[in-house]
Design a protein around this ligand. Structure first.
Ligand code: GDP
Length: 542
Protein backbone atom coordinates (compact mmCIF):
# COMPACT_ATOMS: atom_id res chain seq x y z
CA UNK A 1 0.00 0.00 0.00
CA UNK A 2 1.43 3.31 -1.07
CA UNK A 3 0.56 6.14 1.19
CA UNK A 4 3.04 8.89 0.51
CA UNK A 5 1.88 12.31 1.60
CA UNK A 6 2.09 15.46 -0.52
CA UNK A 7 5.06 17.72 0.28
CA UNK A 8 3.70 19.85 3.09
CA UNK A 9 4.53 23.37 4.15
CA UNK A 10 3.54 25.12 7.36
CA UNK A 11 0.12 25.93 5.94
CA UNK A 12 -0.60 22.26 5.67
CA UNK A 13 0.81 21.60 9.11
CA UNK A 14 -1.94 23.89 10.46
CA UNK A 15 -4.46 21.87 8.47
CA UNK A 16 -2.98 18.71 9.95
CA UNK A 17 -3.40 20.08 13.43
CA UNK A 18 -7.05 20.78 12.69
CA UNK A 19 -7.39 17.29 11.24
CA UNK A 20 -5.72 15.77 14.29
CA UNK A 21 -8.23 17.56 16.52
CA UNK A 22 -11.02 16.27 14.35
CA UNK A 23 -9.52 12.79 14.49
CA UNK A 24 -9.67 13.01 18.27
CA UNK A 25 -13.37 13.73 17.87
CA UNK A 26 -13.74 10.56 15.79
CA UNK A 27 -11.91 8.47 18.35
CA UNK A 28 -14.29 9.82 20.98
CA UNK A 29 -17.25 8.90 18.82
CA UNK A 30 -15.79 5.53 17.92
CA UNK A 31 -15.39 4.87 21.63
CA UNK A 32 -19.11 5.17 22.08
CA UNK A 33 -19.78 8.93 22.08
CA UNK A 34 -22.26 8.61 19.23
CA UNK A 35 -24.16 5.84 17.50
CA UNK A 36 -22.86 7.33 14.28
CA UNK A 37 -19.12 7.11 13.47
CA UNK A 38 -19.36 10.15 11.20
CA UNK A 39 -21.18 12.86 13.15
CA UNK A 40 -22.15 16.06 11.34
CA UNK A 41 -19.33 17.90 13.11
CA UNK A 42 -16.83 15.89 11.09
CA UNK A 43 -18.05 17.42 7.84
CA UNK A 44 -16.48 20.82 8.02
CA UNK A 45 -14.21 22.72 5.73
CA UNK A 46 -11.25 23.56 7.95
CA UNK A 47 -9.45 25.27 5.07
CA UNK A 48 -12.22 27.83 4.78
CA UNK A 49 -11.75 28.79 8.43
CA UNK A 50 -8.01 28.72 8.87
CA UNK A 51 -6.97 31.13 6.09
CA UNK A 52 -4.37 28.70 4.83
CA UNK A 53 -1.86 29.30 2.06
CA UNK A 54 -2.00 27.38 -1.16
CA UNK A 55 0.53 24.77 -2.19
CA UNK A 56 2.09 26.16 -5.38
CA UNK A 57 1.41 24.31 -8.62
CA UNK A 58 5.15 23.80 -9.07
CA UNK A 59 5.16 21.53 -5.99
CA UNK A 60 2.54 19.20 -7.48
CA UNK A 61 4.04 15.92 -8.66
CA UNK A 62 2.87 13.43 -11.30
CA UNK A 63 1.35 11.44 -8.43
CA UNK A 64 -0.73 14.40 -7.23
CA UNK A 65 -1.87 14.97 -10.80
CA UNK A 66 -2.77 11.30 -11.35
CA UNK A 67 -0.26 11.02 -14.19
CA UNK A 68 -1.61 14.02 -16.05
CA UNK A 69 -5.35 13.41 -15.63
CA UNK A 70 -5.59 16.56 -13.53
CA UNK A 71 -4.38 20.02 -14.46
CA UNK A 72 -2.54 22.36 -12.11
CA UNK A 73 -5.06 25.12 -12.75
CA UNK A 74 -6.96 24.75 -9.48
CA UNK A 75 -5.86 26.04 -6.13
CA UNK A 76 -4.84 23.25 -3.77
CA UNK A 77 -6.89 24.38 -0.81
CA UNK A 78 -10.11 24.99 -2.73
CA UNK A 79 -10.46 21.24 -3.12
CA UNK A 80 -7.92 19.19 -1.22
CA UNK A 81 -9.22 15.82 -2.37
CA UNK A 82 -8.22 16.61 -5.95
CA UNK A 83 -4.50 16.49 -5.28
CA UNK A 84 -4.55 14.35 -2.10
CA UNK A 85 -6.48 11.42 -3.58
CA UNK A 86 -3.29 9.63 -4.72
CA UNK A 87 -1.79 9.76 -1.22
CA UNK A 88 -4.63 7.65 0.15
CA UNK A 89 -4.75 5.05 -2.62
CA UNK A 90 -2.55 2.33 -4.06
CA UNK A 91 0.05 3.60 -6.51
CA UNK A 92 -1.51 3.28 -9.93
CA UNK A 93 0.02 0.98 -12.53
CA UNK A 94 -2.61 2.08 -15.03
CA UNK A 95 -1.56 5.30 -16.71
CA UNK A 96 -4.00 7.35 -18.78
CA UNK A 97 -3.14 7.35 -22.49
CA UNK A 98 -1.72 10.53 -24.07
CA UNK A 99 -4.76 10.51 -26.36
CA UNK A 100 -7.15 10.53 -23.40
CA UNK A 101 -5.20 13.40 -21.83
CA UNK A 102 -5.41 15.40 -25.08
CA UNK A 103 -9.17 14.80 -25.24
CA UNK A 104 -9.60 15.95 -21.65
CA UNK A 105 -7.64 19.16 -22.28
CA UNK A 106 -9.79 19.82 -25.39
CA UNK A 107 -12.95 19.23 -23.40
CA UNK A 108 -11.78 21.63 -20.69
CA UNK A 109 -11.22 24.31 -23.35
CA UNK A 110 -14.70 23.65 -24.77
CA UNK A 111 -16.33 23.83 -21.33
CA UNK A 112 -14.59 27.15 -20.74
CA UNK A 113 -15.45 28.62 -24.15
CA UNK A 114 -19.12 27.58 -24.06
CA UNK A 115 -19.90 27.25 -20.35
CA UNK A 116 -22.45 29.19 -18.31
CA UNK A 117 -21.96 32.96 -18.45
CA UNK A 118 -20.28 33.00 -21.86
CA UNK A 119 -21.77 34.76 -24.88
CA UNK A 120 -22.04 31.39 -26.63
CA UNK A 121 -24.08 29.93 -23.76
CA UNK A 122 -26.41 32.95 -23.67
CA UNK A 123 -26.99 32.65 -27.42
CA UNK A 124 -27.68 28.90 -27.16
CA UNK A 125 -30.14 29.51 -24.30
CA UNK A 126 -31.98 32.20 -26.31
CA UNK A 127 -32.34 29.81 -29.22
CA UNK A 128 -33.53 27.01 -26.94
CA UNK A 129 -36.10 29.22 -25.25
CA UNK A 130 -37.39 30.53 -28.60
CA UNK A 131 -38.42 26.94 -29.43
CA UNK A 132 -37.18 27.20 -32.99
CA UNK A 133 -34.83 24.72 -34.55
CA UNK A 134 -31.57 26.15 -35.84
CA UNK A 135 -29.15 25.03 -38.49
CA UNK A 136 -26.00 23.85 -36.82
CA UNK A 137 -22.91 25.91 -37.42
CA UNK A 138 -19.62 24.27 -36.40
CA UNK A 139 -18.65 27.41 -34.49
CA UNK A 140 -21.71 27.08 -32.25
CA UNK A 141 -21.65 25.35 -28.92
CA UNK A 142 -23.77 22.28 -28.32
CA UNK A 143 -24.82 20.98 -24.91
CA UNK A 144 -25.56 17.77 -23.05
CA UNK A 145 -27.61 18.17 -19.88
CA UNK A 146 -27.46 15.32 -17.37
CA UNK A 147 -30.78 15.02 -15.50
CA UNK A 148 -30.42 14.26 -11.80
CA UNK A 149 -31.82 10.79 -11.16
CA UNK A 150 -31.71 8.13 -8.42
CA UNK A 151 -29.14 7.37 -5.70
CA UNK A 152 -25.60 8.69 -5.55
CA UNK A 153 -23.91 5.61 -7.03
CA UNK A 154 -26.30 5.62 -9.99
CA UNK A 155 -25.72 9.34 -10.43
CA UNK A 156 -21.94 9.04 -10.46
CA UNK A 157 -22.03 6.27 -13.05
CA UNK A 158 -24.49 8.26 -15.14
CA UNK A 159 -22.49 11.50 -14.93
CA UNK A 160 -19.29 9.70 -15.98
CA UNK A 161 -21.18 8.12 -18.90
CA UNK A 162 -22.67 11.47 -19.92
CA UNK A 163 -19.25 13.09 -19.70
CA UNK A 164 -17.70 10.50 -21.99
CA UNK A 165 -20.56 10.90 -24.46
CA UNK A 166 -20.04 14.68 -24.32
CA UNK A 167 -16.33 14.24 -25.09
CA UNK A 168 -17.11 11.92 -28.01
CA UNK A 169 -19.69 14.28 -29.49
CA UNK A 170 -17.94 17.56 -28.62
CA UNK A 171 -20.66 18.83 -26.36
CA UNK A 172 -20.51 20.83 -23.17
CA UNK A 173 -21.63 18.77 -20.16
CA UNK A 174 -23.94 20.53 -17.72
CA UNK A 175 -25.05 18.72 -14.59
CA UNK A 176 -28.46 19.14 -13.01
CA UNK A 177 -28.79 18.63 -9.25
CA UNK A 178 -28.55 22.14 -7.85
CA UNK A 179 -26.64 23.07 -4.76
CA UNK A 180 -26.36 19.48 -3.60
CA UNK A 181 -23.92 18.65 -6.38
CA UNK A 182 -21.79 21.62 -5.29
CA UNK A 183 -21.92 20.39 -1.66
CA UNK A 184 -20.67 16.97 -2.72
CA UNK A 185 -18.22 17.59 -5.56
CA UNK A 186 -15.68 20.19 -6.55
CA UNK A 187 -15.77 21.58 -10.06
CA UNK A 188 -13.88 19.28 -12.45
CA UNK A 189 -13.27 21.82 -15.24
CA UNK A 190 -11.02 24.82 -14.59
CA UNK A 191 -12.30 28.37 -15.12
CA UNK A 192 -15.97 27.47 -15.54
CA UNK A 193 -18.80 25.54 -13.90
CA UNK A 194 -20.40 22.24 -14.79
CA UNK A 195 -23.52 23.12 -12.77
CA UNK A 196 -26.61 23.73 -14.87
CA UNK A 197 -27.75 27.30 -14.11
CA UNK A 198 -31.32 27.92 -13.00
CA UNK A 199 -33.46 28.15 -16.11
CA UNK A 200 -36.06 30.78 -17.03
CA UNK A 201 -39.77 30.08 -16.53
CA UNK A 202 -40.43 29.13 -20.12
CA UNK A 203 -37.26 27.19 -20.71
CA UNK A 204 -37.42 23.45 -21.55
CA UNK A 205 -34.68 23.14 -18.91
CA UNK A 206 -37.00 24.41 -16.16
CA UNK A 207 -38.68 21.14 -15.17
CA UNK A 208 -36.24 18.40 -16.02
CA UNK A 209 -37.91 16.07 -13.54
CA UNK A 210 -40.94 15.96 -15.84
CA UNK A 211 -39.19 14.18 -18.74
CA UNK A 212 -39.75 10.44 -18.94
CA UNK A 213 -40.31 7.64 -21.42
CA UNK A 214 -43.67 9.16 -22.42
CA UNK A 215 -42.30 12.61 -23.32
CA UNK A 216 -42.97 13.62 -26.89
CA UNK A 217 -39.50 15.16 -27.06
CA UNK A 218 -37.80 11.82 -26.40
CA UNK A 219 -35.78 10.29 -29.22
CA UNK A 220 -37.85 7.10 -28.92
CA UNK A 221 -41.15 8.94 -29.37
CA UNK A 222 -39.81 11.20 -32.10
CA UNK A 223 -38.74 8.12 -34.04
CA UNK A 224 -42.31 6.84 -33.80
CA UNK A 225 -44.17 10.09 -34.44
CA UNK A 226 -42.81 10.85 -37.90
CA UNK A 227 -40.33 13.51 -36.75
CA UNK A 228 -37.60 11.36 -38.32
CA UNK A 229 -37.54 9.90 -41.82
CA UNK A 230 -35.47 6.78 -42.49
CA UNK A 231 -34.47 6.19 -46.13
CA UNK A 232 -34.17 2.78 -47.78
CA UNK A 233 -30.41 2.74 -47.22
CA UNK A 234 -30.96 3.22 -43.47
CA UNK A 235 -30.03 6.92 -43.30
CA UNK A 236 -32.12 8.92 -40.83
CA UNK A 237 -32.98 12.62 -41.20
CA UNK A 238 -35.33 15.10 -39.53
CA UNK A 239 -38.62 15.59 -41.34
CA UNK A 240 -38.55 19.32 -40.43
CA UNK A 241 -36.18 21.68 -42.32
CA UNK A 242 -34.13 22.20 -39.16
CA UNK A 243 -33.25 19.78 -36.35
CA UNK A 244 -35.35 20.32 -33.22
CA UNK A 245 -33.89 22.72 -30.63
CA UNK A 246 -33.56 19.87 -28.14
CA UNK A 247 -34.08 16.14 -27.80
CA UNK A 248 -34.64 14.19 -24.61
CA UNK A 249 -32.66 10.91 -24.34
CA UNK A 250 -34.48 8.41 -22.17
CA UNK A 251 -31.83 5.84 -21.20
CA UNK A 252 -33.17 4.85 -17.80
CA UNK A 253 -33.43 1.16 -16.81
CA UNK A 254 -36.51 -0.48 -18.38
CA UNK A 255 -36.37 1.84 -21.42
CA UNK A 256 -38.05 0.72 -24.61
CA UNK A 257 -36.94 -0.47 -28.04
CA UNK A 258 -37.12 2.98 -29.69
CA UNK A 259 -35.22 4.71 -26.90
CA UNK A 260 -32.51 2.07 -27.26
CA UNK A 261 -32.02 3.13 -30.88
CA UNK A 262 -29.85 5.84 -29.34
CA UNK A 263 -27.13 3.17 -29.62
CA UNK A 264 -27.34 3.16 -33.46
CA UNK A 265 -24.83 5.04 -35.60
CA UNK A 266 -27.54 6.46 -37.89
CA UNK A 267 -29.32 8.08 -34.96
CA UNK A 268 -26.07 9.45 -33.61
CA UNK A 269 -25.56 11.29 -36.92
CA UNK A 270 -29.08 12.64 -36.52
CA UNK A 271 -28.45 13.87 -32.99
CA UNK A 272 -25.26 15.63 -34.00
CA UNK A 273 -27.15 18.63 -35.36
CA UNK A 274 -29.34 19.06 -32.26
CA UNK A 275 -28.05 21.94 -30.10
CA UNK A 276 -29.33 20.60 -26.76
CA UNK A 277 -29.59 16.99 -25.59
CA UNK A 278 -31.15 16.19 -22.21
CA UNK A 279 -30.12 12.79 -20.87
CA UNK A 280 -31.74 10.76 -18.13
CA UNK A 281 -29.96 7.57 -17.20
CA UNK A 282 -29.25 5.59 -14.07
CA UNK A 283 -26.94 3.28 -15.99
CA UNK A 284 -23.27 3.03 -16.77
CA UNK A 285 -23.75 3.14 -20.54
CA UNK A 286 -20.03 3.23 -21.41
CA UNK A 287 -19.84 -0.44 -22.58
CA UNK A 288 -22.75 0.41 -24.91
CA UNK A 289 -20.74 3.32 -26.37
CA UNK A 290 -17.86 0.91 -27.08
CA UNK A 291 -20.31 -1.22 -29.09
CA UNK A 292 -21.19 1.69 -31.42
CA UNK A 293 -19.21 1.91 -34.65
CA UNK A 294 -18.96 5.75 -34.73
CA UNK A 295 -17.27 5.77 -31.30
CA UNK A 296 -15.36 2.50 -31.10
CA UNK A 297 -12.11 3.71 -32.70
CA UNK A 298 -11.99 6.85 -30.56
CA UNK A 299 -12.71 4.90 -27.38
CA UNK A 300 -10.09 2.26 -28.12
CA UNK A 301 -7.53 5.04 -28.64
CA UNK A 302 -8.58 6.81 -25.43
CA UNK A 303 -8.61 3.63 -23.37
CA UNK A 304 -6.04 1.09 -24.60
CA UNK A 305 -6.87 -0.69 -21.33
CA UNK A 306 -10.62 -0.87 -21.83
CA UNK A 307 -11.25 -2.03 -18.28
CA UNK A 308 -9.75 1.22 -16.96
CA UNK A 309 -12.41 3.49 -18.50
CA UNK A 310 -14.30 4.47 -15.34
CA UNK A 311 -11.07 4.23 -13.37
CA UNK A 312 -9.72 7.24 -15.27
CA UNK A 313 -13.06 9.01 -15.77
CA UNK A 314 -13.98 8.73 -12.09
CA UNK A 315 -10.60 9.96 -10.88
CA UNK A 316 -10.78 12.84 -13.33
CA UNK A 317 -14.34 13.97 -12.61
CA UNK A 318 -15.13 13.32 -8.96
CA UNK A 319 -13.41 15.21 -6.19
CA UNK A 320 -15.25 15.34 -2.86
CA UNK A 321 -15.57 18.84 -1.42
CA UNK A 322 -13.34 19.83 1.49
CA UNK A 323 -16.09 19.10 4.03
CA UNK A 324 -16.58 15.54 2.74
CA UNK A 325 -12.84 14.98 2.35
CA UNK A 326 -12.24 16.18 5.88
CA UNK A 327 -14.63 13.55 7.20
CA UNK A 328 -13.13 10.82 4.98
CA UNK A 329 -9.51 11.46 5.87
CA UNK A 330 -10.18 12.02 9.58
CA UNK A 331 -12.15 8.80 9.86
CA UNK A 332 -9.56 6.92 7.83
CA UNK A 333 -6.68 8.08 9.98
CA UNK A 334 -8.41 7.35 13.25
CA UNK A 335 -9.82 3.92 12.44
CA UNK A 336 -8.21 2.33 9.40
CA UNK A 337 -4.76 3.75 8.75
CA UNK A 338 -2.88 1.78 11.40
CA UNK A 339 -3.83 -1.66 10.05
CA UNK A 340 -1.64 -3.47 7.50
CA UNK A 341 -4.66 -4.60 5.52
CA UNK A 342 -8.12 -3.07 5.32
CA UNK A 343 -11.09 -5.23 4.35
CA UNK A 344 -14.13 -3.30 3.15
CA UNK A 345 -17.52 -5.01 3.29
CA UNK A 346 -20.44 -3.33 1.53
CA UNK A 347 -23.85 -4.75 2.31
CA UNK A 348 -26.79 -3.53 0.26
CA UNK A 349 -30.07 -5.41 0.53
CA UNK A 350 -32.60 -4.68 -2.20
CA UNK A 351 -35.24 -7.28 -1.43
CA UNK A 352 -37.17 -6.24 1.65
CA UNK A 353 -38.21 -9.79 2.47
CA UNK A 354 -34.71 -11.24 2.32
CA UNK A 355 -33.86 -12.50 5.84
CA UNK A 356 -30.80 -10.60 7.18
CA UNK A 357 -29.41 -13.83 8.64
CA UNK A 358 -29.16 -15.30 5.11
CA UNK A 359 -27.24 -12.26 3.89
CA UNK A 360 -24.92 -12.52 6.89
CA UNK A 361 -24.36 -16.25 6.35
CA UNK A 362 -23.58 -15.59 2.70
CA UNK A 363 -21.08 -12.90 3.63
CA UNK A 364 -19.36 -14.99 6.32
CA UNK A 365 -19.09 -17.96 3.93
CA UNK A 366 -17.58 -15.72 1.29
CA UNK A 367 -15.03 -14.29 3.73
CA UNK A 368 -14.14 -17.76 5.01
CA UNK A 369 -14.03 -19.52 1.61
CA UNK A 370 -11.87 -16.83 0.08
CA UNK A 371 -9.72 -16.49 3.23
CA UNK A 372 -10.12 -12.73 3.27
CA UNK A 373 -9.69 -12.40 7.04
CA UNK A 374 -7.53 -14.66 9.24
CA UNK A 375 -9.62 -17.21 11.12
CA UNK A 376 -7.30 -17.34 14.11
CA UNK A 377 -6.18 -14.60 16.47
CA UNK A 378 -3.38 -12.72 14.79
CA UNK A 379 0.12 -13.35 16.14
CA UNK A 380 2.97 -10.85 16.02
CA UNK A 381 4.22 -12.15 12.70
CA UNK A 382 0.95 -11.80 10.80
CA UNK A 383 -0.53 -8.76 9.11
CA UNK A 384 -2.95 -6.75 11.18
CA UNK A 385 -6.41 -6.40 9.68
CA UNK A 386 -9.13 -3.78 10.07
CA UNK A 387 -12.66 -4.37 8.82
CA UNK A 388 -14.95 -1.60 7.65
CA UNK A 389 -18.60 -2.39 7.09
CA UNK A 390 -20.91 -0.08 5.17
CA UNK A 391 -24.62 -0.70 5.25
CA UNK A 392 -27.82 1.20 5.89
CA UNK A 393 -28.35 -1.09 8.88
CA UNK A 394 -26.16 -1.64 11.97
CA UNK A 395 -27.38 -5.23 12.37
CA UNK A 396 -24.67 -6.70 10.12
CA UNK A 397 -21.93 -4.62 11.71
CA UNK A 398 -22.89 -5.83 15.21
CA UNK A 399 -22.70 -9.46 14.13
CA UNK A 400 -19.52 -9.11 12.12
CA UNK A 401 -17.99 -7.41 15.12
CA UNK A 402 -19.17 -10.31 17.30
CA UNK A 403 -17.54 -12.76 14.88
CA UNK A 404 -14.29 -10.97 14.12
CA UNK A 405 -13.92 -8.21 16.72
CA UNK A 406 -11.65 -10.30 18.94
CA UNK A 407 -9.57 -11.57 16.04
CA UNK A 408 -8.58 -8.51 14.04
CA UNK A 409 -6.13 -6.13 15.64
CA UNK A 410 -7.43 -3.16 13.66
CA UNK A 411 -11.02 -3.59 14.85
CA UNK A 412 -14.37 -3.62 13.08
CA UNK A 413 -15.86 -0.25 12.11
CA UNK A 414 -18.99 1.17 10.56
CA UNK A 415 -18.97 4.88 9.70
CA UNK A 416 -22.78 5.31 9.70
CA UNK A 417 -26.05 3.43 9.67
CA UNK A 418 -28.64 5.60 8.06
CA UNK A 419 -31.56 3.19 8.45
CA UNK A 420 -32.92 3.90 4.99
CA UNK A 421 -32.10 5.62 1.75
CA UNK A 422 -33.14 9.28 1.79
CA UNK A 423 -33.85 11.61 -1.11
CA UNK A 424 -32.71 15.20 -1.43
CA UNK A 425 -30.94 15.04 1.90
CA UNK A 426 -27.49 16.54 1.44
CA UNK A 427 -26.07 15.41 4.79
CA UNK A 428 -27.18 11.85 4.04
CA UNK A 429 -25.54 11.95 0.61
CA UNK A 430 -22.34 13.42 2.05
CA UNK A 431 -22.11 10.41 4.34
CA UNK A 432 -22.81 8.06 1.45
CA UNK A 433 -20.06 9.70 -0.62
CA UNK A 434 -17.62 9.51 2.30
CA UNK A 435 -18.26 5.81 2.64
CA UNK A 436 -17.69 5.15 -1.04
CA UNK A 437 -14.30 6.87 -0.70
CA UNK A 438 -13.49 5.04 2.55
CA UNK A 439 -14.26 1.72 0.86
CA UNK A 440 -11.99 2.79 -1.99
CA UNK A 441 -9.13 3.12 0.52
CA UNK A 442 -9.40 -0.57 1.46
CA UNK A 443 -7.12 -3.35 0.18
CA UNK A 444 -9.83 -5.99 -0.26
CA UNK A 445 -13.51 -5.49 -1.07
CA UNK A 446 -16.60 -7.64 -0.69
CA UNK A 447 -19.58 -5.96 -2.35
CA UNK A 448 -23.26 -6.64 -2.92
CA UNK A 449 -24.22 -7.57 -6.46
CA UNK A 450 -26.25 -5.02 -8.47
CA UNK A 451 -25.25 -2.12 -6.24
CA UNK A 452 -23.90 0.95 -8.02
CA UNK A 453 -22.71 2.20 -4.60
CA UNK A 454 -20.31 -0.76 -4.53
CA UNK A 455 -19.32 -0.26 -8.18
CA UNK A 456 -18.13 3.28 -7.53
CA UNK A 457 -16.07 2.17 -4.53
CA UNK A 458 -14.41 -0.72 -6.39
CA UNK A 459 -13.38 1.43 -9.36
CA UNK A 460 -12.05 4.27 -7.25
CA UNK A 461 -10.06 1.64 -5.36
CA UNK A 462 -8.89 -0.08 -8.53
CA UNK A 463 -9.88 -3.42 -6.96
CA UNK A 464 -11.74 -6.40 -8.37
CA UNK A 465 -14.18 -7.14 -5.54
CA UNK A 466 -15.71 -10.40 -4.38
CA UNK A 467 -19.33 -9.90 -5.39
CA UNK A 468 -22.17 -11.48 -3.46
CA UNK A 469 -25.08 -12.79 -5.52
CA UNK A 470 -28.41 -11.12 -4.80
CA UNK A 471 -32.03 -12.10 -5.35
CA UNK A 472 -33.84 -10.26 -8.16
CA UNK A 473 -35.72 -7.22 -6.91
CA UNK A 474 -38.85 -7.83 -8.93
CA UNK A 475 -39.45 -11.36 -7.55
CA UNK A 476 -42.28 -11.71 -5.03
CA UNK A 477 -40.48 -14.49 -3.26
CA UNK A 478 -36.92 -13.45 -2.49
CA UNK A 479 -35.59 -16.94 -3.29
CA UNK A 480 -37.00 -16.82 -6.82
CA UNK A 481 -34.29 -16.81 -9.46
CA UNK A 482 -31.53 -17.65 -6.97
CA UNK A 483 -29.36 -20.63 -7.83
CA UNK A 484 -29.19 -22.78 -4.66
CA UNK A 485 -25.81 -24.11 -5.88
CA UNK A 486 -24.39 -20.61 -6.41
CA UNK A 487 -21.19 -19.71 -4.63
CA UNK A 488 -21.64 -17.16 -1.83
CA UNK A 489 -19.53 -14.73 -3.86
CA UNK A 490 -17.52 -14.56 -7.07
CA UNK A 491 -14.56 -12.43 -8.04
CA UNK A 492 -15.62 -9.74 -10.53
CA UNK A 493 -13.99 -10.14 -13.94
CA UNK A 494 -12.84 -6.52 -13.93
CA UNK A 495 -13.01 -3.42 -11.78
CA UNK A 496 -15.47 -1.80 -14.23
CA UNK A 497 -19.13 -1.19 -13.30
CA UNK A 498 -21.81 -3.32 -14.90
CA UNK A 499 -24.11 -1.78 -17.55
CA UNK A 500 -27.37 -3.26 -16.24
CA UNK A 501 -29.65 -2.74 -19.24
CA UNK A 502 -27.74 -2.68 -22.53
CA UNK A 503 -29.34 -2.85 -25.96
CA UNK A 504 -28.73 -6.17 -27.71
CA UNK A 505 -30.09 -4.82 -31.00
CA UNK A 506 -27.68 -4.81 -33.95
CA UNK A 507 -28.73 -1.75 -35.93
CA UNK A 508 -27.08 -2.97 -39.15
CA UNK A 509 -28.73 -6.39 -39.28
CA UNK A 510 -31.93 -5.52 -37.45
CA UNK A 511 -31.46 -8.52 -35.13
CA UNK A 512 -30.50 -9.04 -31.52
CA UNK A 513 -26.99 -10.31 -30.86
CA UNK A 514 -25.35 -12.13 -28.00
CA UNK A 515 -23.49 -9.23 -26.39
CA UNK A 516 -21.04 -11.67 -24.81
CA UNK A 517 -19.69 -12.56 -28.25
CA UNK A 518 -19.37 -9.23 -30.05
CA UNK A 519 -15.90 -8.25 -28.87
CA UNK A 520 -13.35 -9.91 -26.56
CA UNK A 521 -13.42 -6.98 -24.15
CA UNK A 522 -17.14 -7.08 -23.32
CA UNK A 523 -18.49 -9.81 -21.05
CA UNK A 524 -21.57 -10.56 -18.98
CA UNK A 525 -21.47 -9.40 -15.36
CA UNK A 526 -21.31 -11.96 -12.55
CA UNK A 527 -24.05 -10.15 -10.63
CA UNK A 528 -26.52 -9.18 -13.39
CA UNK A 529 -27.00 -11.87 -16.03
CA UNK A 530 -28.34 -9.50 -18.71
CA UNK A 531 -25.73 -6.82 -17.94
CA UNK A 532 -22.37 -6.31 -19.66
CA UNK A 533 -19.04 -4.89 -18.61
CA UNK A 534 -15.65 -3.97 -20.03
CA UNK A 535 -12.90 -6.47 -19.21
CA UNK A 536 -9.24 -6.86 -19.96
CA UNK A 537 -8.71 -8.83 -23.16
CA UNK A 538 -5.74 -10.77 -21.81
CA UNK A 539 -5.03 -11.67 -18.20
CA UNK A 540 -6.37 -9.32 -15.59
CA UNK A 541 -3.78 -7.14 -13.88
CA UNK A 542 -5.87 -5.60 -11.13
P1 GDP B 1 -27.54 1.32 -5.26
O1 GDP B 1 -29.00 1.60 -5.04
O2 GDP B 1 -26.98 0.32 -4.30
O3 GDP B 1 -27.26 0.99 -6.69
O4 GDP B 1 -26.70 2.65 -4.94
P2 GDP B 1 -27.08 4.19 -4.98
O5 GDP B 1 -25.92 4.90 -4.36
O6 GDP B 1 -27.46 4.61 -6.34
O7 GDP B 1 -28.35 4.36 -4.07
C1 GDP B 1 -28.36 3.90 -2.76
C2 GDP B 1 -28.40 5.05 -1.76
O8 GDP B 1 -28.80 4.55 -0.48
C3 GDP B 1 -27.05 5.69 -1.54
O9 GDP B 1 -26.75 6.71 -2.45
C4 GDP B 1 -27.19 6.19 -0.12
O10 GDP B 1 -27.99 7.34 -0.12
C5 GDP B 1 -27.98 5.06 0.53
N1 GDP B 1 -27.09 3.96 0.97
C6 GDP B 1 -27.09 2.68 0.56
N2 GDP B 1 -26.15 1.96 1.19
C7 GDP B 1 -25.51 2.81 2.02
C8 GDP B 1 -24.42 2.68 2.94
O11 GDP B 1 -23.82 1.61 3.12
N3 GDP B 1 -24.02 3.80 3.59
C9 GDP B 1 -24.66 5.00 3.41
N4 GDP B 1 -24.22 6.07 4.09
N5 GDP B 1 -25.69 5.17 2.57
C10 GDP B 1 -26.11 4.09 1.88
Amino acid sequence: MWRRRPSWGCATRRALLAAALAAAVVVLYAAGGSPNGMPASLFFDDDAQAGLEDIPASNLTADHLLDGLLTTEFSYRSCRSRYEFAGYHKKSLHKPSPYLLAKLRNQEALQKRCGPGTAAHKKALRQLDSGEGVAHDDADCRYLVYINYRGLGNRMLAIASAFLYAVLTERVLLVDGGKEVADLFCEPFPGTTWLLPRAGWRSPLRRLVGYDGGSKESLGNMLQSGAVVVSADGNASWSSPQPPPYVYLHLAGGYGFHDKLFFCGAHQRLLRGVPWLLMRTDNYIVPGLFLMSPFRGELEAMFPEKDAAFYHLGRYLFHPTNAVWHAVTSYYRSTLAAADRRVGIQIRVFHKKQPPQRVLDQLLSCVRDEKLIPETIAGNDTLSHAIMVTSLSSWYYERIKGEYGGRVAGGVHQPSHEGRQRWEDTAHNMRALSEMYLLSMCDVLVTSGYSTFGYVAQVLAGLRPWVMARPPMWADDWTEGLDPQALPCQRAASIEPCFHSPSAYNCATGRDVDLDKVTPYIRRCVDVSCGIKLVNESSSQW
